[in-house]
Design a protein around this ligand. Structure first.
Ligand SMILES: Nc1ncnc2c1ncn2[C@@H]1O[C@H](COP(=O)(O)OP(=O)(O)O)[C@@H](O)[C@H]1O
Ligand SMILES: [Mg+2]
Length: 293
């Protein structure tokens, strides 16, 4: 392996950002390497804010950030990052009158692919990568939500970027579309650094080699999904009734109740999942004691 391949694609420390009085990110630190990393957290955790900062669409109030060896605080650093970055925003702004091909081609122009033939070839390549070659001539407004999302991913793939930032890429997709998306993302992660945000632990289990748990602007966990699950060992049990004292307690399909929290002596402990580990780090809204807490 070359030194470049082992260098972290993103290195962040003490990243802080406020929107007025809202502290969206509070001294966030992490390192990203090759493979697929999940940025897992509930709505409002600060995921989009963090991804926008890495994508150089937003500057932090303070902290250090290196992306692909460049410093996004400088104009030349931002340009260097943008040339090697693919970004799928949470709400991609489409021109609904464009066809899928025109949209991707337009993104390629912004990415400085000036040679028309090479650019058109690249547009066809990325549309094929997401299985949209046959809909290339359709207008965006005539496409389903899942197809639009695939076109947005195709746009992020233009120029074969080294770093892919995907903000909730599978939201709104049906199970079959989600599976196809996972195939594409997993393959991309074999040679690149992919950071995708999600609020679903299922997505992390299906795709991610690493996971960063973000909650209320703070990193709660960084490691492998299996390690997140292991942290809940001894704290998940089943019984025949609800346990009001547990962090979470619910009746499962089998009729047994499953609980996460502090088990009573002699409890029937079960093997924890990624979701159980996640529940321990992120307070469920019910325990926040309402909006004013
Ligand atoms: N443009 C904005 N102006 C004011 N507050 C914002 C803005 N964008 C996000 N926020 C707030 O910052 C926090 C983090 O938001 P966001 O990064 O969108 O989280 P997530 O993507 O995890 O849902 C939330 O409390 C949200 O309401
Ligand atoms: Mg978001």
């Amino acid at each position: 392996m070359t030194i470049a391949a082992t260098m972290p694609a993103v290195r962040a420390s003490e990243l802080t950002l406020r929107y007025g009085r809202t502290l969206a990110l509070d001294s966030v630190a992490f390192t990203l390497r090759e493979g697929v990393t999940g940025l897992l957290g509930p709505n409002g955790a600060g995921k989009t804010t963090l991804l926008r900062i890495i994508a150089t669409a937003l500057a932090p109030d303070s902290g250090q950030l290196t992306v692909l060896g460049a410093d996004p605080r400088t104009g030349s650093g931002r340009l260097a990052v943008r040339r090697r970055l693919g970004y799928l925003p949470q709400d991609p702004g489409f021109h609904p009158g464009f066809t899928a091909f025109e949209f991707v081609d337009y993104v390629a122009i912004l990415k400085e692919l000036t040679d028309r033939r090479a650019r058109h070839q690249e547009a066809r390549r990325v549309l094929a990568a997401v299985g949209m070659e046959r809909q290339a001539g359709k207008r965006i407004r005539a496409l389903s939500g899942g197809m639009r999302q695939r076109v947005a991913l195709a746009a992020a793939l233009v120029g074969d970027p080294d770093l892919l930032i995907l903000d909730e890429p599978t939201v709104g997709l049906d199970p079959e579309q989600r599976m196809r998306f996972r195939e594409v993302i997993a393959e991309l992660g074999e040679r690149r650094t992919v950071l995708l945000s999600t609020h679903q632990t299922e997505e992390v289990m299906a795709l991610c080699q690493r996971v960063i748990v973000l909650d209320r602007g703070t990193v709660r966990f960084e490691g492998q999904p299996g390690e997140l699950a292991d942290l809940a060992a001894g704290r998940v049990w089943t019984s025949g009734a609800r346990e009001p004292g547990a962090l979470a307690s619910w009746r499962t399909g089998s009729g047994l109740y499953r609980h996460v929290g502090d088990p009573p002596p002699g409890a029937d402990l079960v093997t924890p999942t990624v979701e159980d580990g996640y529940l321990l780090f992120v307070d469920p809204p019910a325990t926040h004691g309402g909006e004013g807490a």
